[in-house]
Write a protein of this length. Structure first.
Length: 241
């Protein structure tokens, strides 16, 4: 690993499989702790803390692909979890594939949308629509003055903010996949005999754009897109699962 992991156990219930999973982890019984966390996640598949614990345990054991699956799940379910984001960065830095900026990259509105916390977006969304309503009322009162310009300006702001919010939500709802095979071909088309764009390795991940004939077209963080065989990938649990 290129950096020390942050491993602070999420504090679960006092009894049951969650507590057992944490106890095994604190005792250094890694494999048993991994199995216990997997069992706990069957009862609580959207619990960010359990995904964080499991992803970190897997990463410590050198199981990069599954570790990235659960660390990504933790960051999607709880974007404010800095420890999960840090460990995900450690995992990404240790994989064989280091992405270069050779693609078009993400659109500016997606980058901006991901940089704003979801709670802040919710407040902005509400305030922007309230602002539009007030602008419309104001334009009715001052029709001969600056009313129309106020309405136009408010409408533009609302459209931009709405697009930002919708982009963030669309990103969060799109399926993500991680390469969990040791290596696999990233192809230019969804067929077995398609030309190979590059060789992908465990831990690489991207957002699903399309499914076809047992393949998934993923868009990677640098904007490059390629087709991957279904059996080389694992889906990342998300807010809609």
């Amino acid at each position: 690993m290129t950096a020390a992991l942050v491993f602070m156990l999420w504090a679960g219930p006092a009894a049951g499989p969650w507590a057992e999973a944490e106890l095994l982890a604190t005792r250094g019984q890694a494999e048993a702790a991994i199995e216990a966390h997997q069992e706990a996640l069957r009862d609580a598949p959207q619990h960010a803390g359990l995904h964080y614990n499991l992803g970190t345990l897997l990463l410590e054991e050198g199981r990069l692909g599954p570790a990235v699956v659960h660390l990504l799940a933790a960051t999607r379910l709880d974007p404010s979890d800095e420890d999960a984001a840090f460990n995900l960065a450690v995992a990404s830095s240790s994989r064989a594939d280091q992405l270069a900026g050779v693609g078009p990259g993400k659109p500016w509105y997606e980058v901006l949308g991901q940089a704003v916390p979801p709670q802040t977006l919710d407040v902005i969304w509400l305030l922007s629509w309230l602002g539009l309503v007030l602008a419309l009322l104001l334009s009715a009162l001052v029709r001969k003055h600056a009313g129309p310009r106020v309405v136009i300006g408010a409408a533009v702001v609302v459209l931009l903010v709405s697009g930002l919010c919708l982009s963030r939500r669309a990103i969060e709802q799109r399926p993500m996949y991680v390469v969990t095979a040791a290596s696999t071909d990233a192809k230019k088309a969804p067929t077995d005999d398609a030309a190979v764009a590059f060789e992908a390795h465990e831990g690489l991940y991207g957002i699903a754009q399309e499914h076809s004939a047992g393949h998934v077209r993923l868009r990677l963080d640098n904007g490059v897109e390629a087709w991957f065989a279904d059996d080389a990938l694992s889906a990342v649990p998300g807010v809609e699962d």
